[in-house]
Design a protein around this ligand. Structure first.
Ligand code: ZN
Length: 514
């Protein structure tokens, strides 16, 4: 009998690669949940057509509890790759909550209440966006870092809510894989029709992974697990997905690779102050090798990706014949006029967003107008314009000084952690662990915690110490990251890397100030 894998998001950039890779193993059957009205990608359509006995299509939606129950019925693995991503999440707050949080909750509940729950392995797809904005002070993220949803970011907000639900549900077998920026074949089409690309700061760190390697990762997960090649320590953990050192690029470098298809440099098409300077997300992963050592998925570099792109978009080379000033005017300037572009917010006095993404109008005005004076990390300049060794900055061997503290001895094996570690970690988060005892090393029996405001809540040691979660009530919208930082050294170490002390009481959106 074939093993059944249930998959959501099979029509997406990541999900379609997962589907393609799962088809490589002829012992698997894949049940995919598709929304009937969605237009299928040609690639997905042909996979379904060519594999009628391997792919079972279930039409439905994760917002339906019944559909989720049907989806997981009889499945050994449930891979949850569907969700809403930016810029859609920015324009549809309710949709983001439904697709990312409620959709995940419904699947988790279906597994949790299934009589077969002990035999189901759940793979949640989280996001690098959960780690908040990173700059040269803290380029590196790792599991255990605080989760900070950037102001106004419905995407990270709903991904954090969803992952917390996964961790706290008491599922017998789960992993949450925090996906990084994916280099996929639809990248151009998705990013040349709105102002989102200007929200990414030029010096923001990204550790890319290709769509192919992301699919391979899931293929190996299923294959290795079925062959008993994964040790028992693999399950019930969070991991970061990243492509390794060769795939670490700043925002500037990332876009510049695309422009090299036109034989040009970004600087001739865009102005430096079109780009936000903070409040986005992206990080180099200090621990992406942990997942790679289990699943051996890092086979491609971003350079391989661009080589493929230049074959697919061969006609882009004709762009060399077009005067750059014409392209700047007809395309790239136009993108700054969309209402999700930072320049639009400046020009239209959207004060809250100007504050969140630049630090205010004065900070915006101080951005060099000319590229000659704009300090780019990839050109070995730090934010003050002084020399910095960028190649060293991307190398994990030199990463230690940039890592965030977790507030307890995180070098201890998990089975050695006890109530003293909990109390210490809680203090670093600005609160208390109210429970007085725990079984040493038991990471999944919930304890009682209290935040600086006196809210009490229950959460597992794993969620607090390794998930990066804290008080759910303080996390509720509106965004008030400054208030968390004011009372919590854990949050402060990241928040003050790009905020000043007088931003502690800022709340986003500001009209909801309370
Ligand atoms: Zn609280």
């Amino acid at each position: 009998m074939k093993t059944l894998v249930a998959l959501t998001g099979a029509n997406g950039a990541f999900g379609s690669e997962i589907l393609a890779h799962l088809l490589n193993d002829s012992d698997l059957k894949i049940r995919i949940l598709l929304i009937e009205v969605d237009k299928l990608k040609p690639l997905v359509k042909s996979m379904i057509k060519n594999n009628p006995d391997r792919i079972e299509v279930l039409y439905g939606n994760t917002n339906s509890e019944t559909d989720c129950q049907k989806l997981i019925q009889g499945a050994r693995y449930v891979v949850h790759a569907s969700g809403m991503i930016p810029p859609k999440t920015e324009h549809n707050e309710k949709g983001a909550y439904g697709a990312n949080y409620l959709g995940t909750k419904n699947i988790v509940d279906a597994i949790r209440t299934s009589p077969d729950r002990d035999n189901i392995y759940f793979v949640n797809i989280g996001s690098v966006a959960e780690y908040g904005n990173r700059n040269e002070k803290h380029l590196w993220a790792r599991v255990g870092d605080p989760l900070i949803s950037s102001d106004y970011d419905n995407y990270s907000y709903t991904k954090i809510l969803a992952e917390r639900y996964v961790l706290e549900a008491g599922l017998p077998h789960f992993v949450s894989l925090r996906q990084t920026a994916i280099a996929h074949r639809y990248l151009f089409n998705n990013n040349l029709s709105d102002g989102l690309l200007y929200q990414a700061p030029l010096n923001a760190p990204y550790e890319w992974v290709t769509d192919g390697d992301s699919g391979l990762l899931i293929e190996h997960l299923v294959e290795y697990d079925l062959n008993h090649q994964l040790d028992t320590g693999f399950w019930n953990r969070i991991y970061n997905i990243g492509g390794g050192k060769a795939n670490r690029l700043t925002g500037y470098e990332t876009m510049n690779r695309g422009f090299s298809l036109l034989g040009r440099n970004l600087k001739v098409f865009m102005d430096p102050n079109w780009f936000a300077t903070r409040n986005f997300h992206g990080a180099f992963f200090y621990d992406s090798e942990v997942l790679n050592s289990y699943l051996h998925y890092q086979t491609e570099t971003v350079d391989d990706y661009w080589k493929n792109m230049s074959k697919i978009y061969w006609y882009f080379h004709l762009g060399k014949l077009v005067p750059p000033s014409w392209l700047k005017k007809t395309l790239f300037t136009k993108l700054t006029k969309y209402d999700d572009s930072p320049k639009y917010w400046v020009d239209n006095h959207i004060d809250g967003k100007v504050k969140a993404y630049y630090g205010g109008y004065t900070a915006y005005e101080s951005i060099p107008k000319s590229w000659d004076y704009y300090p780019l990390l990839c050109e070995n300049k730090d934010s003050t314009g002084s020399f910095i060794d960028y190649d060293k900055l991307k190398d994990e061997a030199y990463a230690k000084p940039y890592l965030l503290e977790h507030g307890f001895d995180d070098t201890k094996p998990l089975d050695q952690l006890d109530i003293k570690d909990m109390k210490q970690a809680a203090k670093f988060r600005g609160g208390f662990c109210l429970s007085d005892d725990m079984v040493k090393g038991d990471m999944f029996t919930k304890l009682t915690w209290q935040c600086h405001k006196g809210h009490t809540f229950k959460a597992t040691p794993y969620s607090i110490l390794f998930g990066g979660f804290w008080c759910p009530e303080c996390f509720n919208k509106p965004w008030k990251n400054g208030r968390m930082a004011k009372y919590s050294p854990y949050f402060a170490q990241l928040y003050y890397a790009d905020h000043s002390k007088d931003e502690e009481d800022d709340i986003y959106p500001p009209k909801e100030k309370q």
